[in-house]
Design a protein around this ligand. Sequence first.
Ligand code: GLA
Length: 382
Amino acid sequence: MSRGMTLTILTGALLMNTLAQTGATPQLGSTTKKSFGKTPGGQPVDLYVLTNKSGAEAAITNYGVAVVSLKVPDRSGKLADVVLGYDTADGYVNDKSYFGALVGRYGNRIGHAQFVLDGKTYTLAKNNGENSLHGGIAGFNKALWTARMLPAKDGQSLELSYLSKDGEEGFPGDLKVTVTYTLTDANALKIDYSATTEKKTVVNLTNHSYFNLAGQGAGDILGHLLTIQADKFTPVDSGLIPTGELRDVRGTPFDFRKSTAIGARIDRDEEQLKLGGGYDHNFVLRRSAGVGESLAARVVEPASGRVLEVWTTEPGVQFYTGNFLDGKTVGKGGTTYPKRSAFCLETQHFPDSPNQPKFPSAVLNPGDRYHTITTYKFSTEK
Ligand code: GLA
């Protein structure tokens, strides 16, 4: 090899490296880091762009671990960004909808914003009527996490960690949380959550991505076809707290055992739909035997052919149809997001489990490890 050739190769490698650092041209099978703004306290916030070998891309910020964008192909290979979000960290600082966020310490609601553990009552902020929602006033979605790019054999991985202090938002025990997001080369976004605690506490972590498989900003999601692997759901009261009943979906608008358009029954004159302003309910998942992930839900967007499958180790999934979106929030590229322009499938333990002895327990003891996995798998069909 001549000296000239060696130099050219070296310069090429240097150039690629520089591009990778500035994020100017995402290379297939790479992760790049760029600036995303600042926290209100002036700390720098980063955006990590994970690009897999087939060109799909997930951008994740260390502010609230929000999935900022997720670009996946349609049936002809054309990429579209299928999640709602904001262009800069400021959007996430001001966000009230939990776009893409990592929700904790307790995702979903805790009734009357309190619970009892070993005879001691813990009081949380009432940030949703009488109740606590999504970890409180400054939940995990408002924290700056420590990010680390990890080597992964089947894709691109980002590990994020956070120490939630004893007493933060009223919850007991120092809680060490680590979540790993992997964008696989097979177009799946896998989220591995783990946590350990110093004191007995409750934990329920989820991701709050708002999906629109036609592309974010492309109208409503009422024509998306949905299947949920659930024979029962947990009906709620007017504060959206489960009554404790596990109700059969048979003969109700909550029967998604066969693929049905999200909008087919959403405006029916039915008590539970009225309470939720549409779907905003926890479904009791039909879990396969064993310890791994089971299929929870499948969504098809007929025009683009995009398919989303949600797989999880969790017992429940909150199906939410963006009923509180009002078209006033300005999102990516100036897009606004009207009511029902996205849906969420938040894998979880059931809402209000700390006060519902019959629900699967969300208690974490010192010495034990909280560990759950949820995978969003993207594909297409004809
Ligand atoms: C969850 C809740 C909804 C709503 C959204 C955030 O899905 O169940 O009621 O609070 O989060 O807007």
